[in-house]
Design a protein around this ligand. Structure first.
Ligand SMILES: Cc1cc2nc3c(=O)[nH]c(=O)nc-3n(C[C@H](O)[C@H](O)[C@H](O)COP(=O)(O)O)c2cc1C
Length: 367
């Protein structure tokens, strides 16, 4: 009798546990973000172009761009949204301008894919409306290059551990260029970047102001992701299924500012720098135009990586923290200042962009 009861309890417990696991796994399915692309008085094709442009990489996914569109004269002005700048990690707006550069590269690729030519002028300094670049576009053919659009949808930051596989010499040669230097695994430069990155991450993690700013841009539920359409979701951290559910169940903005969360960040960074094939360093001039150009260059390089099946993850702590940033150019023997450090490598399943982007009408005004 007693045996039967224990058996019954065990069966019941197993059913409950299985139920919780199935429920947690279901809750952990990928969040669906529906960006509203509608802009009144604007052709659907231009709306699509602007959506694809917004899939550009950008610091903390703050999407710090602001646009003014004049559809009747085919002109577009691009500026920075001051309310979305990262005052702690990016005091000089260096990363904000890099992000604008990435946006411009995507805009160009998307315009071309929809059969438009695009002419870009970058200003010496922001104009009185805060605009930093002007784009004039013109329709020149009626074909749509789906391959390019698929590549833009596929491009994303992959923070997972990469395979052991190294980059072949011919791949390194395809990636390197005037402003790109590759430091493959087992080179001195690679070991230096591994070490400096970990030290910089550790230093940042110890400072309250860095933790607080990052926590503001972290997202802690599907609901928050859908409402805000920006910041870093669980999916963007590489968390899936039950792991994603457990993360959202256990973490919140307050805990993300604490010591335990900071230590987890350091441990994750260690796994990341130990599991990749190389670091790509993008260099450029140290001023507004230089940063925008370095952003354009970074995004074109990233698109090339997507085409080659190479995953990419910017790791910027070294560039954001003293004294690491100052030492980099000399220590790595670079011709110009390092502007981006990209961890690269191969993964089993390449994945795609989560599409965590804001509705177009929240940052684009039409005149
Ligand atoms: C200038 C710049 C710096 C970045 N630095 C980091 C970084 O230090 N760590 C990181 O995980 N991602 C970094 N990223 C990637 C962004 O977090 C990412 O692009 C953004 O969250 C949007 O996600 P997506 O690239 O998957 O579209 C950086 C991106 C840019 C443009």
């Amino acid at each position: 009798m007693k045996k039967k009861m224990i058996f019954g309890i065990l069966i019941l417990a197993a059913i409950v546990i299985a139920g919780v696991i199935i429920y947690a796994a279901k809750l952990g399915k990928e969040v669906e973000i529906k960006t509203d692309k509608r802009l009144s008085g604007v052709d659907e094709e231009i709306q699509e172009v602007l959506y694809y442009a917004s899939l550009a990489p950008n610091s903390h996914n703050a999407q710090m761009w602001k646009l003014q569109l004049h559809p009747s004269i085919n002109e577009l002005y691009i500026g920075l949204d001051n309310k979305r700048l990262l005052k702690v990690v990016d005091e000089e707006n260096r990363e904000a301008y890099l992000s604008i550069g990435c946006y411009i590269a995507n805009l160009q690729a998307a315009f071309n894919a929809y059969g438009f030519e695009m002419e870009l002028s970058i200003f010496e300094k922001p104009d009185t409306n805060g605009n930093i670049a002007k784009v004039v576009y013109k329709k020149t053919n009626n074909t749509v290059d789906k391959k390019v659009l698929n590549t833009l949808e596929k491009r994303h930051t992959d923070k997972t551990a990469y395979q052991d596989k190294i980059l072949s010499q011919s791949t390194v040669e395809r990636l390197e260029g005037e402003d790109t230097v590759c430091f493959p695994k087992e080179t001195e430069g690679f070991a230096y970047l591994q070490k400096e990155t970990l030290e910089a991450v550790t230093k940042q993690s110890a400072e309250e102001r860095f933790r607080d700013e990052l926590a503001e841009w972290m997202r802690f539920s599907d609901k928050e992701v859908i409402e805000k359409q920006d910041g870093i979701s669980a999916e963007q951290m590489g968390l899936k299924g039950i792991v994603k559910t457990l993360y959202y169940w256990t973490a919140d903005r307050q805990s993300a500012k604490g010591d335990k969360f900071a230590q987890q960040g350091i441990d994750t960074a260690k796994k990341q720098v130990e599991n990749c094939a190389a670091f790509l360093v993008v260099t450029g001039e140290d001023n507004m135009i230089g940063w925008i150009n370095a952003g354009i260059h970074t995004e074109r390089l990233w698109i090339k990586c997507v085409e080659l099946g190479i995953s990419v993850h910017p790791m910027s702590a070294v560039l954001e923290t003293s004294p690491f940033a100052e030492a980099l150019q000399k220590d790595l023997n670079l011709k110009k200042t390092a502007q981006m450090i990209l961890r690269v490598g191969y993964v089993n399943d390449y994945g795609k962009n989560t599409g965590n982007r804001r509705d177009l009408n929240t940052y684009i005004t039409t005149k």
